[in-house]
Design a protein around this ligand. Structure first.
Ligand code: ADP
Ligand code: ZN
Ligand code: ZN
Length: 668
């Protein structure tokens, strides 16, 4: 017998099947998927490999083949379904099969170091709930789809506080009663909160959990527990999608719109696509839960590719109060501060009631854009309808899609005011300013500067939860999954920041963020209020978030996507090129553009750029990108790869780092 194996440490050049002889003594213990150790190349140490095929005939003379030397002592294996999945992923996400297979097994790093799994989840006994009519309906709907073997994903569109967790619990219980298992995906941050406790309380030791804070050893134990059927539910971030359950019945993706479901490291998989593929292989059902579904998902609902069940009311019937403050008016009235009079007034009210405040800065990445503080006007590229990004070094405005440049105007082209300038505030600035206004309040800041260690994050949250902090200032990090009963005011400092990140997704992510952040305040409070400060008070992302009107938002957004030819109406393939030498980068990317243009018969493909990457320089490496659009994903992929390979075959891309992504979630 012979085995075809993939070497796990393989790079692109050796990412193919190699044949080995199976020694007689192993023949009983070896099957497809078994992890083994083989001699490879000139290496002294044995190499780890996965068997992906067995055969009794082979083209090469058997004597010339090396033998498998060992079977992995940990009994690690990859199921047939996972091998099939890995093959699909390596094609779809332009990466090695080895890299995909590695996602499906625990890494062997530090397996020797053993820590007891930290099971310090306190048991909060919650009372048995009478399900609401909406919950009962949702459960019945999902059960029907499962029993009809309707494998289309189910979107559970439930507003914040509508009680989606209870729906999940009831469906999971059914799945377990059927002798099957469930994977529950949560954004990383939710894995440290009450959600996990609730699962333990409901399902006890049937629950496994995996997240980035576990050691490799702990992750291995979780993997093994699942493979050996010791648990029936795995909670985790996107990587938990690869849990090796034998009889998977259900995948739940809570907060399906979350950007963290898109892997940013190779393999750059989209968790929803992977989940759907797994369901196709295993017959499991997929539930997508969200209060603000991604536009892509909702588009597929409209096309009947996804089933929809809605839960439009909060269990406690409270509707969050949201106010929009027009910052242009503040300026007109002579207030040049970053805080509106209303926000300061409401902060004082909140402190008078002995309650707490969160000030939220919806900053993402390194956006810097120019806008008019008098009228809200933002300079946009008229071809791409995304705002120009300001590059201070060159003192230029550049469209990050097509590369078009513009000079910085001295006065606003719309209203003639001189208040047109770089709009940007940092959390540090907010902290300094707020200290001046409320000098006796305890203020903490949570952003990437103040949370370099994991413990910082917990320390800050604890301080806020125990009311030692009056004001918490933060970025994205504080937006999600956090529940503070004494928090009654959320101030969104400048909604325009996320609206102008130079990416066609920005209306969507702003709507999602604003909806989510406003949902933070007052889960229990009666006085709860969110204040959104903005220079664009009429923008549909902001208005619809205020009104809690998802459908209206979606209808506007999908129209924009269609008009401007953006996904889901087309596909965008992003080629990101990185080089330490700026001139060489310019030369190479122009060359690539030229080849792409030449291969582009009949102008089938729309080629944009070169343009700077969202972050145009990282660690002394310059980054530029080319975007290619086409409605057929396969054609688009083939076209791009063909052109790249053409250059590579002439050694014209030597030393160049290329990063390829189909439909990136946000601009690279
Ligand atoms: P969602 O995930 O949809 O935002 P949750 O599942 O967190 O909502 O539920 C919101 C709150 O309502 C939780 O505190 C939960 O305990 C409570 N809850 C859920 N269902 C019921 C019910 N049927 N009766 C009373 N309280 C409920
Ligand atoms: Zn203006
Ligand atoms: Zn443009």
């Amino acid at each position: 017998m012979f085995a075809n194996v993939i070497i796990l440490a393989a790079n692109k050049n050796i990412d193919r099947e190699y044949s080995y002889r199976i020694p007689q003594s192993f023949s009983e213990k070896i099957k497809i998927g078994t992890k083994i150790l083989v001699p490879f190349g000139r290496k002294k140490k044995l190499s780890e490999a996965i068997i992906i095929n067995l055969s009794d005939k082979i083209d090469i003379e058997p004597e010339k083949l090396k033998s498998i030397e060992k079977i992995d002592p940990q009994n690690i294996f990859v199921s047939q379904n996972h091998i099939q999945l890995a093959k699909w992923m390596s094609e779809k996400y332009f990466c090695t099969l080895a890299a995909c297979l590695k996602l499906m097994i625990p890494s062997k790093k530090s397996l020797t170091k053993s820590f007891a799994l930290n099971n310090s989840y306190e048991s909060i006994k919650s009372d048995v709930k009478n399900l609401t009519v909406e919950q009962l309906n949702a459960i019945k709907f999902i059960e029907n789809k499962i029993s009809q073997k309707d494998l289309r994903p189910i979107l559970l569109h439930g507003v914040t506080g509508s009680g989606k967790t209870e729906v999940y619990f009831n469906i999971i219980q059914k799945i377990i009663d059927d002798g099957k298992q469930a994977i529950v995906l949560l954004p990383e941050i939710a894995l440290t909160t009450q959600m996990v406790n609730l699962f333990y309380e409901r399902f006890g030791d049937k629950v496994g959990i995996t997240h980035s804070k576990l050691t490799e050893r702990e992750k291995f134990i979780q993997w093994q527990n699942a493979a050996q059927n010791k648990i029936s539910i795995m909670l985790g971030p996107r990587s938990a999608i690869f849990t090796p359950f034998k009889n998977l019945g259900l995948i739940i993706m809570d907060e399906e719109h979350e950007a963290s479901y898109q892997s940013e490291t190779t393999p750059k998989y989209n968790t929803r696509e992977v989940a759907e593929k797994i369901c196709e292989f295993t017959g499991a059902n997929l539930i997508l839960g969200s209060a603000t579904p991604s536009v892509e998902t909702y588009f597929r609902v409209q096309n009947h590719q996804i089933n929809l069940i809605k839960m439009p009311t909060r269990v406690n019937k409270k509707v969050p109060k949201i106010k929009i403050v027009d910052m242009r008016k503040e300026l007109a009235d002579g207030n040049v501060n970053i805080f509106s009079r209303e926000l300061i007034f409401e902060m004082q009210n909140t402190f008078d009631r002995n309650e707490q405040v969160i000030l939220f800065l919806n900053r993402r990445g390194h956006s810097s854009f120019v806008s008019c503080r008098n009228c809200g006007f933002v300079l946009k590229c008229n071809m791409c309808d995304v705002n120009y990004t300001f590059h201070s070094a060159e003192n230029f405005l550049i469209c990050h899609y097509c590369g078009q440049k513009s000079i910085l105007p001295k006065i606003c082209p719309e209203c003639g005011s001189k208040y047109i300038k770089l709009l940007g505030v940092g959390t540090q600035k907010i902290e300094n300013e707020i200290k001046k206004i409320f000098p006796d309040k305890n203020i903490l800041r949570m952003d990437s500067d103040t949370t370099s260690k994991k413990s910082d994050y917990e320390r800050i949250l604890k301080s806020f939860a125990t009311k030692k902090t009056d004001i918490l200032i933060g970025t994205q990090m504080i937006a999600k999954g956090l529940n503070f009963p004494n928090l009654s005011l959320v101030g969104i400092i400048c909604a325009d920041i996320s609206l102008n990140i130079g990416d066609f997704h920005c209306s969507e992510s702003t709507f999602q963020l604003l909806s989510q952040v406003s949902g933070r305040a007052g889960r229990a409070q009666t006085n709860a209020l969110s204040i959104i400060q903005t220079y664009n008070p009429e923008h549909y992302s902001i208005v619809c978030a205020k009104d809690g009107d998802y459908k209206k938002f979606y209808d506007q957004e999908i129209m924009f996507r269609q008009q401007m030819n953006y996904p889901p109406f087309t596909n965008i393939f992003c080629i990101l090129m990185t080089l330490p030498d700026k001139n060489l980068l310019d030369e190479k990317i122009s060359l690539l553009k030229k080849v792409l243009m030449r291969c582009n018969k009949n102008n089938q493909f729309q080629i944009l750029g070169p343009a700077p990457a969202a972050i145009s320089k990282i660690k002394n490496n310059y980054r530029q990108k080319i975007l290619i659009k086409h409605e057929n994903e396969t054609k688009l992929k083939n076209f791009a790869l063909f052109s790249i390979n053409l250059l590579a075959s002439k050694n014209l891309l030597d030393g160049v780092k290329l990063n390829l992504t189909m439909n990136p979630n946000f601009m690279l």
